[in-house]
Design a protein around this ligand. Structure first.
Ligand SMILES: [Zn+2]
Length: 300
């Protein structure tokens, strides 16, 4: 058996939300209040990712002053430019941007802007694809994106469109190696915080170490359940987790294997040849309240 890369990585897991807004753009709370909410809510790290738009003065919110010994921040933004297949403005999450990241240029497209974020060293994710019916063809125009939001809490609360599973599975089926994140996208309007987060494994709760962990895929996403260990073998996958009502491994198309039973914490699932044949599999843990945790895809 081989530990999943996120679990084999050195260090420990740190809890963080990497998609949030403040009153620097359309959020209701100041950056200081937002940082305090997450810090007091038990988070280890936070990225405020306000809308990088001319009407707000292209903010990269400087949260460095709100770091403490036990809480850190990563600088970032949600960047925007034309246009998705449906003609809507792109939303692109960029975590790990410099404070002097150049403003969006006249005529710059979403894919060009995403590439510029990547070139600047950011972890780039495709947020809330379900919220605006982003297509796999759209996602193909940002080939460098590290992850898709498999869950966006605000989109779930406000529009019932928080689920990005469809896009994740279509991209994986195309052979694209892309990871999955969960995030709040909190604006502090309706209760839209503490609904989805990452557990990132790194040696230290420091921005550079966390950013490296994000880029390396050393994390899992969750709404509450904990994945404590994950190991892959030739014929099976072994999972230990917080008490779960269902634990499943999902492969290409409809390929899946699952254990459904109340309160299970140690699960072994067979990896039959058909499931391995797609080249990848990912694990989902669901608790009795219906809350989920998602591993990144593992490539055989
Ligand atoms: Zn957002």
């Amino acid at each position: 058996m081989r530990a999943d890369p996120a679990f084999a990585a050195p260090g420990r897991f740190w809890k963080g939300n990497i998609h949030t807004h403040s009153d620097a753009t359309d959020g209701r709370r100041s950056p200081e209040e937002v940082c305090a909410a997450y810090r007091e809510g038990g988070y280890d790290f936070l990225a405020i990712t306000d809308h990088f738009l001319a009407k707000y003065g292209f903010p990269i919110v400087d949260t460095r002053g709100f770091r403490t010994d036990a809480f850190t921040t990563i600088l970032g933004a949600e960047v925007h430019a034309p246009a998705t297949a449906l003609g809507e403005t792109w939303h692109i999450l960029a975590v790990g941007l410099p404070l002097d990241f150049p403003h969006t240029a006249e005529g710059e497209t979403g894919p060009e802007l995403a590439q510029r974020c990547l070139d600047a060293g950011a972890f780039v994710a495709i947020p809330h694809p379900g919220w605006y019916a982003l297509t796999a063809a759209d996602a193909a125009t940002i080939p460098g994106a590290h992850a898709v939001e498999i869950y966006n809490h605000t989109s779930a609360v406000r529009t019932d469109r928080g689920d990005g599973t469809y896009l994740v599975d279509q991209l994986l089926a195309e052979g694209r190696r892309i990871n999955v994140i969960a995030a709040d996208d909190a604006h502090f309007e309706s209760p839209d915080w503490f609904g989805g987060w990452l557990m990132a494994k790194a040696r230290a709760n420091e921005p550079e170490a966390l950013l490296a962990a994000l880029k390396a895929g050393h994390f899992y996403a969750t709404q509450g359940p904990a994945i404590e260990s994950l190991a892959w073998g030739e014929e099976r996958v072994e999972i230990t987790c917080s008490p779960a009502s269902a634990v499943m491994v999902l492969g290409l198309g409809s390929c899946a294997k699952q254990s459904v039973a109340p309160g299970q914490t140690r699960v072994t699932l067979g990896l039959e040849p058909r499931l391995r044949a797609g080249g990848f599999a990912r694990v989902v843990v669901i608790d009795s309240a219906g809350r989920k945790a998602w591993s990144n895809p593992y490539w055989f």
